[in-house]
Design a protein around this ligand. Structure first.
Ligand code: ZN
Length: 262
C-alpha cells in the first residue's frame, strides 16, 4: 500500500441528483440509512446489512433483489477519478488494474472495481460518498467484501500507510510489529495470496536488477533509483531498494580495526 492523494477527486455538481434519481423515494432512503448507521457498529443488525434492515426504501436490481442502486458503477466519472488518484493501480495491493469495466482501456490489465472503503452494507449513508471510494482489483475487493472489523482497515489516503507494511525481497508482506490494523488488513484483504506475492517478488527483482549495478556510482543518488509516486508495487520495490542501498553503504564503509591483543 502507498499513500494516495485525494486532491482533485471530487464528485460532480449533479452527483447527488443522479443518486437521488436512482431511488423510488430518496428522502426515505437517506433517513433510514442515517438511522442504520446510528446502530451499534459491531451489532447483529449492522452485520446483517442494510438490505435486510430497510428493503422497502431500495429499488430492485436486475435479479429482482432489493439493493443499493450502483450509481458508482454506471457513472463513468467515478472510476476515472479514482483511477487517476492511484494511477491505475489497486489502492490496496498495488496490482495494475484497468480503470474501465470490463477493462476496455489497458486490455492487458484485469478490470478494476469501485471499492467502498467502509462497506455499503454496513455504512449505507456513505455508499455514495466519493471519499469512501478507492479503485481496487477484484481479488482485494472480493476478499474485503462486507467485512468491517472494529477499528477498520488501513486507509490508503491517510498518513503514511506504506510504512506500516514490510515487504521482503521475495514479495512477502507483513505488518510492522504491533500494528494490529495493518495485520488485519493483510489478513482480511488476503494480501499474502500466492499470485500477488509472486508478482510482487518478480517486480522487486526486475527493478533491483536495473538499479543495483548503479548503486555507488557517481551521479546516482538513492532518490534516482526509487520509483516516484504510486505505481505497480512501488512501495514494495522502494523498500527493497532502500534496504539494498543501506547494506551496500555499510559494506562500503571501511571497518575500524580493533586493537589486537599481543
Ligand atoms: Zn488489489
Amino acid at each position: 500500500m502507498i499513500r494516495l492523494r485525494r486532491e482533485g477527486v471530487e464528485a460532480p455538481a449533479d452527483w447527488r441528483e443522479a443518486v437521488d434519481a436512482a431511488f423510488p423515494d430518496a428522502a426515505a432512503f437517506w433517513k433510514k440509512a442515517k438511522a442504520f448507521e446510528k446502530l451499534t457498529e459491531q451489532g447483529a443488525t449492522r452485520k446483517k446489512g442494510f438490505t435486510r434492515y430497510a428493503p422497502d426504501v431500495l429499488p430492485s436490481n436486475r435479479k429482482g433483489k432489493r439493493d443499493l442502486p450502483p450509481v458508482w458503477r454506471t457513472e463513468a466519472c467515478v472510476r476515472a477519478a479514482i483511477a487517476g488518484m492511484s494511477r491505475g493501480i489497486c489502492a490496496y495491493c498495488q496490482s495494475p488494474v484497468s480503470s474501465t469495466h470490463p477493462g476496455k482501456r489497458g486490455k492487458d490489465r484485469p478490470p478494476g472495481q469501485v471499492d467502498h472503503f467502509r462497506p455499503k452494507a454496513r455504512f449505507p449513508a456513505q455508499a455514495y460518498d466519493w471519499n469512501n471510494y478507492f479503485l481496487a482489483c477484484m481479488a482485494c475487493n472480493i476478499a474485503k467484501g462486507d467485512m468491517w472489523p472494529s477499528g477498520g482497515y488501513v486507509r490508503p489516503d491517510e498518513g503514511e500507510p506504506g510504512s506500516r507494511f514490510v515487504f521482503a525481497r521475495s514479495g512477502a508482506i507483513r505488518a510492522r510489529k504491533g500494528d494490529e490494523q495493518a495485520k488485519r488488513t493483510i489478513e482480511d484483504l488476503e494480501l499474502r495470496r500466492y499470485w500477488l506475492t509472486w508478482h510482487r517478488g518478480k517486480a522487486i527483482e526486475r527493478h533491483l536488477k536495473i538499479v543495483v549495478p548503479l548503486m555507488g556510482r557517481p551521479g546516482f543518488p538513492l532518490e534516482m533509483l526509487l520509483i516516484d509516486g504510486p505505481d505497480e508495487f512501488s512501495e514494495a520495490i522502494n523498500q527493497n531498494v532502500r534496504r539494498v542501498w543501506a547494506n551496500g553503504r555499510r559494506k562500503r564503509k571501511p571497518s575500524r580495526a580493533r586493537p589486537r591483543r599481543a
